[in-house]
Design a protein. Structure first.
Length: 190
């Protein structure tokens, strides 16, 4: 489910039934793809994995023995078909944990690129937070307006010249005030 619904976007844009739901849904999904990676979630990046029979080991760059615990169910994605899915942790060390996987070739330690994700239970429902819904709607509107009139971007301070592209690095900056309490500090590097 998108943070912004088709009905909300349709109303905000004032387009009535002029555009198909699928077209508006693409915009809502794009706004989610821009916004959600920056929000704090109960997940860690998997940097590598290895296997020995039915034991799979997932490795992390961060200390995880206070994040994950034996018996916890996590959802793994982006780590390969033998590792992906809902898995129960069978062992935890400082920078890795083990899970049961389907039997296959024994694989030595090797990097997962791009990083996979190990996600534990989520405690926050971002679809119920008004500030995040508003930020998503604002991003959706910017994406829609950029599609319809790409040269209708912002104005520079020094020359009052229109910017040719509104989807630049200021897209999130315009809604950062709404998002500030919910941003993942790991997403704000740089």
């Amino acid at each position: 489910m998108s943070l912004t619904t088709i009905a909300e976007l349709r109303t905000a844009l004032g387009v009535g039934s002029l555009y198909a739901d699928a077209t508006l849904q693409e915009v809502c999904d794009a706004a989610d793809n821009v916004l959600l990676p920056f929000l704090w979630k109960n997940e860690q990046s998997i940097v590598a994995h290895s296997s020995n029979g039915t034991v799979g080991t997932l490795y992390f760059d961060n200390v995880i023995n206070e994040v994950f615990y034996v018996g916890q169910t996590v959802t793994i994605s982006g780590a390969g078909s033998r590792y992906n899915g809902s898995k129960t942790i069978t062992g935890v060390s400082e920078y890795s944990f083990t899970i049961t996987i389907t039997a296959g070739n024994n694989n030595p330690y090797h990097v997962v690129a791009p990083y996979g994700i190990a996600a534990a239970e989520t405690y926050t429902d971002y679809t119920a937070i008004a500030a995040i819904q508003e930020a998503s709607l604002m991003i959706s509107i910017d994406i829609w307006q950029s599609r319809q009139a790409p040269s209708s971007g912002g104005v520079t301070i020094d020359g009052y010249q229109p910017s040719p592209y509104r989807m630049g690095n200021t897209l999130l900056a315009r809604v950062r005030g709404l998002l500030a309490p919910y941003l993942d500090p790991r997403s704000m590097v740089g």
